[in-house]
Design a protein around this ligand. Structure first.
Ligand code: ASP
Ligand code: MG
Length: 409
């Protein structure tokens, strides 16, 4: 008998029929003798609808009240799923985040889980009950309702698995696992049987949206055995997220190609080259809460320097206007940028023990005439920034160059 936390996403519970299907799936695991905690998201589209509703009433919704509104989607699905389970003869009880007492900090709309009171859940489990918990929500120590950020039900699932020392946390979604890259761009993309946490973290932070990144961090930190599976395909093992030290076989050098379209590049040119200049440029950007990603500084001969960095595309205009201010202040020559950039990354723990990955990547892109504008590397990934119009081509040729369409032998 195992204790399993299952999490079902919005599409999996998108209609009464689908909720009944989830109930059947839960029932099957229950019949195998497992103890089950089931976390559900709101029905698909519901959270978006609630956000829009709030904005119709208050253009900039008050964060506390916004959480009160958007946390309701999950409350509907937990009740419905418990009913569906009862209808097929399974004891089930639902709980909201505050009822379980998923204690969070008080940063509304992006709260972090601090503590979970597992006692009431254990009691129900020992009683033969399936426990159904609302994802995405918690409560702060003053009793205010909080939410965990979009996609936060994944984190609820993993946090519950950690608190209960569950044998496995299974995330059911509309894809059947983690792929070598997005199959919509590369039809030959393969589902991976396993991927390491570090790779998964890179893939998630680089734009592969299978799991909320915070849930992956959580699982890594608390060593939760995490599996991504399809809620629609029955006999598929999905992708298991593993710990590097558990890998016995030879790893493929590259596990996947991640990308993000959401990039913009800004450049401030002819900046006097002196200590403190990076701070004078990036300080105001950080103060405006804009996430800076890749940074490049070139030193010219005339004692001046050019400084480029990338920001999320949605922050492009705001960044440019901040830089205009900086330009006057530090007496730089010019500010310009490009809002249509993309980032493509090859990810793999095998890079640690293999050389030549970067040159293979650069050669592949060069052969297609794709200009690399920025490069950054870590131990297990190499990222390049390219013009967005080359994104799909870059992903396709790299997928091929690293032989990701072949099953590793
Ligand atoms: N319903 C929330 C959202 O759409 C949480 C989740 O689905 O994970 O972001
Ligand atoms: Mg999700």
């Amino acid at each position: 008998m195992a204790l399993i936390v299952q999490k079902y996403g919005g599409t999996s519970v998108g209609s009464p029929e689908r909720i009944k299907n989830v109930a059947k799936r839960v029932a099957r695991a229950h019949a195998q003798g497992h103890q089950l905690v089931v976390v559900v998201s709101a029905m698909s589209g519901e959270t978006n609808r609630l956000v829009a509703l709030a904005k119709e009433v208050q253009a900039k919704p008050d964060p506390r009240e916004l959480d009160v509104v958007i946390s309701t989607g999950e409350q509907v699905t937990i009740g419905l799923l418990s009913m569906a389970l009862q209808e097929i003869g399974i004891k089930a009880r639902s709980y909201t985040g505050p009822q379980v007492r998923i204690l969070t900090d008080n940063s509304y709309t992006k709260a972090r889980i601090l503590k979970i009171d597992e006692e009431p859940i254990r009691r129900d489990l020992d009683d033969g009950c399936v426990v159904v918990v609302a994802g995405f929500q918690g409560v702060d120590d003053a009793g205010n309702i909080t939410t965990l950020g979009r996609g936060g039900s994944d984190t609820t699932g993993v946090a519950l698995a950690a608190a209960l020392s569950a044998d496995e946390c299974q995330i059911y979604t509309d894809v059947d696992g983690v792929y070598t890259t997005d199959p919509r761009i590369v039809p030959e993309a393969r589902k991976l049987d396993t991927i390491t946490f570090e790779e998964m973290l890179e893939m998630a932070s680089l734009g592969s949206k299978v799991l909320q990144i915070r849930s992956v961090e959580f699982a890594g930190k608390y060593k939760v055995r995490l599996r991504v599976l399809s809620s629609f395909k029955e006999e598929c093992e999905g992708t298991l997220i593993t710990f590097e030290e558990d890998i016995k076989m030879e790893q493929p050098i590259i596990s996947g190609i991640a990308f993000s379209r959401d990039e913009a590049k800004v450049t401030i040119q002819g900046v006097p080259d002196r200590p403190g200049i990076a701070y004078q440029i990036l300080g105001p950007v950080a103060e405006a809460n804009i996430d800076v990603d890749m940074i490049i500084q070139n030193v010219g001969q005339d004692g001046s320097t050019d400084f480029s960095f990338t920001v999320p595309r949605a922050e492009y205009d705001r960044t440019l206007s901040i830089l205009e201010g900086v330009k006057t202040h530090v007496k730089a020559r010019e500010v310009h940028g490009d809002r249509a950039m993309a980032k493509v990354s090859v990810v793999g723990v095998g890079m640690r023990s293999h050389v030549g990955i970067a040159s293979r990547m650069f050669r592949t892109l060069a052969e297609e005439g794709i200009n690399i504008q920025m490069i950054s590397t870590s131990e297990i990934k190499i990222s390049v920034v390219v013009d967005e119009k080359y994104l799909e081509l870059a992903v396709r040729v790299l997928h091929k160059a690293f032989e990701l369409d072949h099953q590793p032998s």
